[in-house]
Write a new protein. Structure first.
Lengths: 84, 596
């Protein structure tokens, strides 16, 4: 059942992407228009539309590139480094 | 009615002792029954809070085995529950000693949670470390033996720190009770106790043992280990160090550190181990914040964490059980072969990523809210950043690299990959159901929290919109940046480098300079000692032969020669002559005697 579902979606990748994009866009519109930001923790959240979306993308970029840089600075090494 | 107290640990320990005597067809029933009985005992105790099992020991000391209060109840509940799930997951394991080790380990954890003083705590603390080491050693994989020794040594070190700490405290205060320590009056013992407890919680820089050991444990052993050690340590920190500011800093560092290493990791269980470090970071930060909401959040997150992390370790274990492989570089595109494992791993992944209606959503956010409410903006934002990273790693990278994308499997892996036996399915289904239950039916978890008067509502429009934005855009970012998170055949150096290298340095020292010194000493002895000894021996032999023997033999020869001369002169052979000389000699003697 799970395999069939995945294969079904994989065959219609383009449609899945379009629906995904529509869903994300709808969600963003809802967060800007429909959500009460009175309970936000900080000023930024209440006044910058889509704050958490930007925060999320920025976090991904920062974490991924930091991990890459950190790993390549000599932390990531060959598997038999310790001889086992 | 008097409440009868049977320590839940005792049920597990006696159960473990009797297990080798139980044979099929009763064995499987017995295996399920013992942890179930323990769980029922824990539930029974939680209906009757109080202090039990108080024993006077060696006159001066009072040992408390059963402190049942709001904080210990929730931790004991989830530990006992996880013991059932873990045992069902390992039901196919024929080797009795593995179950014995696992149950002793759980009993150690329950013992720590119910303990009211440092002596009892220490007893069970060491039982945990000792029993869990066997869960690593039972794995036949190369490297497990060494990893087990490292684990044991590190935990022995932690145990010694804790022992030093509470003995010093006893010397100063005369008190052994395990209670909240005073932040305004910290002394050496405060920090020693904290370091001892933090080592088990894997707080940097005392964390490297965790990914190292958990990735080398047996398939079922890792499922137990991921639940008990760190969360028991979180409980002890919450008990003794609530509100210590340094824990906020360490917790946030820990959360970031763990997630960065998880992004670089190639071994599935090591990745999950790094994620434990990261998630326990939230709990440590929550303990550091120390408000009622933060402590509630810590307990809730520990509860939720045990279940979803157990589920992830069970799914990873199913992969290793089937294929014998554990690295991303040896997996890929397996969704057709192991669809159910994929399903459970995704449930675990979206629970840890705090999807709405799953457990992380109602627990993690409590800690983040507590940090914002305490005006710790930096901590709040950094912890939110880590939760984005958590989704990237556990929700996306983990299933993607195993079940989708490029197929890096060998033919053997492809052939061997299949969904696990029924008991593993059952255990994973139970954990997955509980992840959903916690996230969807709030009273189940929230009614167990220690501070019931603090209300928290996770399902507000704002929290939902915040979470959905974070998740959706992390997913979008993953689509564009997934190559940067690909599978690479590497390991990541960490602080264990220092003790592994110093161990290696010691080995080098032993193999090279010390061995050289030993050889040199041997040669020197051969040259100087042995030679001079030979010379002395030769001389004494010569002296004996020529000196002593010469004198003795010479005097003997001299006596013999003189005798011969005397015989030649006086003994001519005629008896008359001999008589004549003899009598003359006697007469002379007689006359000279009379004369004088």
């Amino acid at each position: 059942m799970i395999v069939n579902l995945i294969d079904y979606l994989k065959e219609r990748m383009q449609t899945v992407k379009v629906f995904g994009a529509i869903a994300v866009a709808a969600m963003v519109v809802w967060t800007i228009v429909g959500v009460d930001t009175h309970h936000a923790h900080t000023w930024m959240e209440a006044h910058i539309p889509g704050f958490w979306a930007m925060f999320s993308v920025l976090s991904c970029v920062v974490l991924i590139y930091f991990a890459r840089w950190f790993g390549k600075s000599g932390i990531m090494t060959r598997e038999d480094y310790y001889g086992d | 009615m008097e409440t009868s107290f049977i320590h839940p640990s005792l049920i597990l320990i006696f159960g473990a002792l009797l297990l080798p005597l139980i044979k099929e067809p009763f064995r499987k029933i017995y295996l399920c029954g013992v942890p179930l009985l323990t769980f029922l005992d824990v539930v029974y105790l939680s209906w009757h809070p109080g202090v039990y099992g108080v024993v006077s020991f060696m006159g001066d000391w009072t040992l408390t085995f059963g402190r049942v209060d709001n904080l210990s109840m929730i931790f004991a509940f989830i530990m006992a529950l996880m013991a059932i799930i873990g045992t069902v997951y390992g039901l196919h394991v024929k080797d009795d000693v593995q179950h014995v080790a696992a149950w002793c380990y759980v009993s150690g954890s329950l013992g720590v949670i119910y303990s009211g003083d440092y002596l009892v705590l220490f007893l069970f603390w060491e039982l945990m470390a000792f029993a869990s080491t066997f869960l690593i050693w039972f794995n036949k994989e190369p490297g497990s033996l060494a990893a087990g020794y490292r684990y044991l040594l590190v935990h022995t070190f932690g145990g010694v720190l804790l022992l030093l700490g509470f003995v010093l405290r006893y010397q100063v205060t005369g008190d052994l009770s395990f209670v909240q320590l005073d932040e305004n009056n910290t002394q050496l013992f405060t920090w020693l106790i904290m370091a001892g407890l933090m080592l088990n919680a894997a707080v940097p820089p005392l964390h490297s043992w965790l990914p190292d050991a958990y990735s080398k444990a047996t398939v079922t052993g890792a499922v137990f280990m991921c639940a008990f050690t760190t969360k028991t340590a979180v409980y002890t920190l919450a008990r003794a160090f609530a509100g210590f500011d340094i824990l906020i800093v360490l917790g946030v560092i820990m959360a970031i550190y763990g997630i960065v290493y998880a992004m670089m990791e190639n071994d599935i269980r090591k990745l999950l181990g790094w994620e434990i470090v990261s998630q326990v970071g939230y709990m440590v930060a929550g303990v550091g914040i120390g408000t009622a909401l933060a402590i509630n959040g810590t307990c809730a997150h520990a509860f939720a964490h045990i279940l979803y992390k157990g589920l992830l370790f069970m799914a990873a274990g199913a992969l290793i059980h089937a294929t014998g492989k554990s690295k991303f570089t040896e997996f890929g595109g397996l969704y057709r072969k192991m669809p159910n494992t994929l399903f459970f791993m995704v449930i675990g992944g979206i629970s840890v990523s705090a999807f709405p209606f799953f457990s992380g959503f109602v627990s993690k956010s409590m800690i983040i809210s507590a940090s914002f409410e305490s005006h710790l903006m930096v901590a709040g934002f950094l912890l939110t950043m880590v939760s984005v990273g958590t989704f990237l790693v556990a929700g996306l990278r983990l299933p993607y690299l195993i079940f989708f994308g490029e197929d890096r499997c060998s033919k053997e892996t492809q052939a061997a990959a299949t969904d696990p036996p029924w008991n593993m399915h059952m255990a994973m289904a139970a954990a997955a159901f509980l992840c959903l239950l916690i996230g969807s039916y709030l009273p189940f978890l929230y009614n167990m929290l220690p501070y019931k008067e603090v209300a928290y509502h996770p399902y507000t429009g704002y929290h939902l919109s915040e979470t959905l934005q974070i998740l959706a855009f992390a997913a979008v970012a993953f689509i564009f940046l997934k190559d940067k998170l690909g599978a690479r055949p590497t390991i990541s150096l960490d602080l264990d480098w220092f003790y592994r290298m110093s161990g290696r340095g010691f080995l080098w020292l032993a193999k090279n300079p010390i061995q050289w010194l030993d050889t040199a000493w041997g040669s020197a002895y051969k040259v100087v000692g042995l030679y001079s000894l030979m010379v002395i021996a030769k001389f004494s032999s010569w002296f004996d032969w020529h000196g002593i023997d010469g004198v003795v033999d010479g005097s003997a020869r001299c006596v013999r020669a003189m005798g011969r001369r005397v015989a030649v002169v006086f003994q001519r052979g005629q008896i008359q002559q001999t008589l004549y000389y003899s009598i003359t000699f006697a007469a002379i003697l007689l006359i000279s005697y009379v004369w004088s």
